[in-house]
Design a binder for this molecule. Structure first.
Ligand code: HEC
Length: 137
C-alpha cells in the first residue's frame, strides 16, 4: 500500500511542477548568461586584487602578511590593489599625508598596515605597488 501511494504522489508532483520548473530553469539560465557576459567584459576589481603580487619576492612576502589581508578584500573597505580609480584621490593627497595615514593609521586602516617592522621605503614601495602610481619623493 505504501508503495502505490508513493508512486501516485510522485506522478502528481512531476506533472504539477513541470511548467514552473521549466520557467525557473529558463530564468536561471538567463541570469547565469547575464552574469557571465558582465564578467568577461570587465573582471571585478576584487578578483584582480587577489591575484596581484609585487614582483620583488621580499616585498611580496611582506605584502602577503599585511596589506593584502585588506587591500585584496572587497569587504574590508580598503582601496583594492590595482584599482587605479580608487587610489587616484588618495594618491592626490601627496606622499606626506599618505605616509602619515599609513604609519599612524587612518579610519579602518591600522597603524603601519599591520607591518610593524616595515621601513618607510617598504611602505612607499607597497603603496606604489597597490596604487600603480609613483609617489613623489
Ligand atoms: C586591517 C586592514 C588593513 C591592512 C592590513 C592594511 N590596510 Fe591600508 N587601508 C585599510 C582601509 C580600510 C583603508 C581605507 C581607509 C579609509 O579611507 O577609510 C586603507 C587605506 C590605505 C591607504 C590610503 C590612506 C589615505 O590617506 O587615503 C594607504 C596608503 C594604505 N592603506 C596603505 C597600506 C599599506 C602599505 C599596508 C600594508 C603594509 C596596508 N595599508 C594594510 C585597511 C588596511
Amino acid at each position: 500500500m505504501s508503495r502505490r501511494f508513493r508512486f501516485t504522489a510522485a506522478q502528481g508532483t512531476t506533472t504539477m511542477l513541470r511548467i514552473p520548473a521549466l520557467t525557473i530553469a529558463a530564468l536561471a539560465l538567463l541570469a547565469v548568461a547575464g552574469c557571465g557576459k558582465q564578467e568577461t567584459a570587465e573582471p571585478s576589481p576584487g578578483s584582480a586584487a587577489v591575484a596581484a603580487r609585487p614582483a620583488d619576492p621580499a616585498l611580496a612576502e611582506v605584502y602577503d602578511g599585511s596589506c593584502k589581508l585588506c587591500h585584496a578584500n572587497p569587504a574590508a573597505g580598503a582601496p583594492l590593489s590595482g584599482d587605479h580609480k580608487a587610489w587616484a584621490p588618495r594618491i592626490a593627497q601627496g606622499t606626506d599625508t599618505l605616509l602619515d595615514h599609513t604609519i599612524n593609521g587612518y579610519q579602518g586602516m591600522p597603524p603601519m598596515g599591520l607591518c610593524m617592522q616595515c621601513s618607510e621605503e617598504e611602505l612607499i614601495a607597497l603603496i606604489e605597488f597597490m596604487s600603480g602610481a609613483k609617489l613623489d619623493p
